[in-house]
Design a protein around this ligand. Structure first.
Ligand code: ZN
Length: 247
């Protein structure tokens, strides 16, 4: 399977022959795509239905042959990561255990947060009304077989940035390193955002679990910003531990 050319054409950054990511405009949320022989996993859904639909369309271009996204992983319940989920109706949706309930009960908060961050009120209301909730709750770790020898590991590594932090590990292949999609547990483009829903005292331990998953040589893909290495994640762990006064 070689989809290398299609990543560029779709405006995506190729991380491995079968793995890419795109930094979405405005809020700079990273979306990821992992392509297997039978199935394709999108990571994050974008901030609006329109953004989700764009991601889905771009994925079809990358996949080719009439293939489409079959699985969606949501790393945590912030508007810029989840509000496009309705564009993926019909796919298998995964989140950390408890995310489905939080999204059901927290629609209004999500809508208000989106509007507060500059999403048009109509678009925010539409996306919150139609929000698709995860049907698959990940406790611990969940291996997803995408076919063609491609498996990914969904890992409930939180809490930290939120109470529902999910990471996605793509194991190393013959011509690719391990790749860890970190959600907003790691941010490169600015200081990690810690809101009212963060669990600061547990955040450093969540980064330890991320580092255990990916190891020394992995590419770590932050929720916002450029791809980083293990040294960056370790440094961010130290900074957060000092900031929150935990070890
Ligand atoms: Zn976030």
């Amino acid at each position: 399977m070689d989809v290398a050319l299609a990543w560029d054409e779709a405006g995506w950054e190729r991380l491995a022959p079968h793995v890419g990511r795109r930094r979405l405009p405005v809020w700079d949320c990273t979306a990821g795509l992992v392509v297997g022989g039978d199935a394709a996993l999108m990571i994050e859904a974008g901030a609006t239905l329109r953004e989700g639909a764009e991601l889905r369309t771009q994925a079809r271009g990358i996949l080719g042959g009439g293939r489409r996204v079959t699985h969606l992983a949501l790393t945590h319940p912030h508007f810029d990561h989840v509000l496009g989920a309705a564009a993926f109706a019909g796919v298998e949706v995964y989140g950390a255990v408890g995310l489905d309930r939080l999204l059901a009960e927290g629609r209004e908060e999500l809508r208000a947060s989106a509007v507060g961050h500059g999403v048009a009120p109509d678009a925010a209301a539409e996306a919150a009304d139609l929000l698709v909730r995860p049907r698959h709750a990940v406790c611990g770790e969940w291996t997803l077989d995408l076919g063609g020898g491609v498996q990914v590991l969904l890992a409930n590594v939180g809490p930290g940035h939120t109470a529902h932090d999910l990471a996605v590990l793509v194991p190393a292949g013959p011509d690719s390193p391990e790749i860890v999609f970190c959600g907003d547990l790691v941010e490169e483009s600015g200081e990690p955002q810690a809101g009212d829903d963060a669990v600061p005292e547990r955040w450093p331990a969540a980064l330890d679990r991320l580092l255990d998953l990916g190891g020394q040589d992995a590419l770590y893909v932050p929720g916002h910003g450029a791809v980083v290495d293990a040294a960056f994640v370790r440094a961010q762990r130290a900074t957060l531990a000092a900031r929150f006064g935990v070890s």
